[in-house]
Design a protein around this ligand. Structure first.
Ligand code: ZN
Length: 140
């Protein structure tokens, strides 16, 4: 991909390099191998939203691995296992309307939410949760 380099003052060839970078995820420093677009001539770094987003996803995933948090796909799978929409699942859990949607889209869930989701992954637990909370609108 050719880009205009301010330093070189002309269009240059670019390439992607890997660089160790620190990201702050929920107050914790996570080191990741970030992919960065640079000018082949002077090594000036260019901002690339796509690469930056990918790096952030890695940092978040590393944070999830460290804290044994569910991944967005796993949260989605739990929800779909019960045939619920994001909104109705959130309602069932007494969470904000958009909470499940945010988690499935990559936001880091808080620990208590994570534990409840893991607990409810078991249909047996879901059944007792529904009974305890007197929810009768869904079949498990
Ligand atoms: Zn340059």
């Amino acid at each position: 991909m050719r880009k205009y380099c301010e330093k070189c003052g002309r269009e240059v060839e670019t390439r992607i390099i890997t660089k160790r970078e620190s990201y702050d995820v929920c107050g914790e420093t996570i080191e990741v191998d970030a992919q960065i677009l640079v000018c082949v001539e002077c090594k000036e770094e260019f901002y690339s939203e796509e690469l930056d987003n990918a790096t952030l996803v890695w940092a978040y995933n590393e944070y999830r691995r460290r804290h044994k948090l569910l991944f967005p796909e796993e949260i989605k799978r739990i929800r779909e296992q019960y045939g619920l929409s994001q909104r109705s699942f959130a309602k069932l859990l007494n969470w904000g309307d958009k909470t499940i949607c945010r988690y499935e889209n990559g936001s880091i869930q808080d620990k208590a939410h994570n534990s409840l989701l893991i607990f409810l992954r078991e249909p047996e637990n879901m059944r007792s949760y529904l009974t305890e909370n007197e929810v009768s609108c869904i079949e498990v």
